[in-house]
Design a protein around this ligand. Structure first.
Ligand SMILES: [Zn+2]
Length: 121
């Protein structure tokens, strides 16, 4: 039986493909990542609930951009929804309320849905 060696390489090479994305599963925010390298036959994937880790979010933002959302007030996303989704501290929440919030398209869609509106685009 031939043995197959899998060479792990830590530094991404020119063939490495990394993908990260977000989606909503049963009303909850989820992120996924997948990494594969055709040159070295390496494949890894993972994911989790809630807001993604910063390096994953960076990829999502690079590809999809962000939308500035108003937080609080009559037209804004309710503070409670923002706090629940991102787990913000009170100072962070105040900052979001003053300056708005940069949400990815998937996060924006979920937050708008939490406001009690359907997705409006
Ligand atoms: Zn590679």
């Amino acid at each position: 039986m031939a043995e197959q060696f899998v060479t792990l390489h830590c530094t991404p090479c020119a063939s490495c493909v990394y993908e990260a994305w977000q989606h909503v599963v049963e009303g909850r925010l989820r992120w996924e990542q997948s990494e594969h390298c055709p040159a070295y036959q390496v494949q890894a994937c993972g994911g989790g609930w809630g807001p993604p880790p910063p390096w994953v979010r960076e990829h999502v933002v690079a590809r999809e951009g962000t939308t500035r959302l108003a937080v609080g007030g009559p037209d804004g996303i309710p503070l409670k929804a923002v706090r629940e989704l991102y787990g913000l501290s009170l100072p962070e929440l105040r900052h979001a309320r003053t300056h708005g919030l940069d949400a990815t398209p998937v996060e924006a869609r979920l937050l708008r849905a939490m406001r009690g509106e359907g997705p409006r685009g």
